[in-house]
Design a protein around this ligand. Structure first.
Ligand code: CTP
Ligand code: CA
Length: 224
């Protein structure tokens, strides 16, 4: 089909895909995470593989089965993910950053399980994590493409545009995470894909279908 022919450009390209919600330890038995299921990232990894790409999937913990022919790099925290992404991106043609990376981590992880005290309140100090896409932007070369996601609950397109520019992305996939019927944990999604030249809405469909459409758009961005 026309689609398959179009996708020949992706054959043998190496993509790094990230997925899932990172976990930031509080103490040996507790952590901070988010609602990401990893489904969108796993669907993209699968779709890229089927388009002929070599895919390295850097995944935070999920309940998902690893797609066939995908090379899995399991990670837990945002700093683990950062190291794995920077290592693997160097030799890759592109990066799809679908992981929900923690914006903050615990300033001082307790070595022993934290005990209750007589106090009624407990304060946990958090510090910012590195923005992985901004680190990638610093080492990105002309031949490499980077794709990010924007999870927003308000001002979707305005915030998404800012992220496209500040992270030097080729494509930004904007996700309205305030809707209960799509996004986090759902098998469905509805996204708007933004580049510097255009803005394209993909109607509500399964994450598998959205992933296929995103791969078509990636194909258009890949250098011949
Ligand atoms: N991202 C990243 N490193 C981080 C945080 C986010 O690489 N420490 C990536 C995400 O994987 C995603 C994109 O940046 O592809 C946007 O993530 P999002 O949470 O929507 O935006 P942030 O830049 O973290 O800004 P904010 O959460 O404040 O809206
Ligand atoms: Ca964030």
């Amino acid at each position: 089909s026309a689609n398959n022919e179009f996708c020949n450009l992706l054959k043998d390209k190496h993509f790094v895909v990230t997925a899932g919600g990172t976990r930031e330890a509080i103490d040996p038995v507790r952590y901070i995470t988010n609602k990401s299921s990893g489904k969108m990232g796993y669907a993209i990894a699968d779709a890229l593989t089927k388009a002929g790409c070599k895919v390295t999937l850097i995944s935070a913990p999920t309940n998902l089965q690893v797609p066939k022919n995908v090379n899995l790099v399991p990670v837990v925290s945002s700093s683990d993910m950062e190291k794995a992404v920077l290592n693997n991106f160097k030799l890759a043609d592109g990066l799809v950053m679908s992981a929900a990376v923690s914006d903050f981590k615990v300033a001082k992880v307790a070595q022993q399980k934290i005990k209750k005290t007589a106090e009624d309140t407990f304060e946990l100090k958090l510090v910012k994590t590195h923005d992985i896409l901004k680190e990638v932007a610093k080492i990105k070369t002309d031949g490499q493409i980077t794709i990010g996601f924007a999870a927003e609950t308000e001002n979707l397109l305005e915030n998404a545009h800012k992220k496209l520019l500040s992270k030097k992305l080729d494509l930004l996939i904007a996700n309205d995470v305030s809707r209960k019927d799509i996004g986090f944990n759902s098998d469905f999604n509805q996204v708007t894909v933004i580049s510097e030249e255009e803005q394209l809405s993909i109607q509500k469909s399964t994450k598998t279908e959205i992933a296929n459409q995103i791969v078509q758009l990636i194909c258009r961005k890949v250098n011949k």
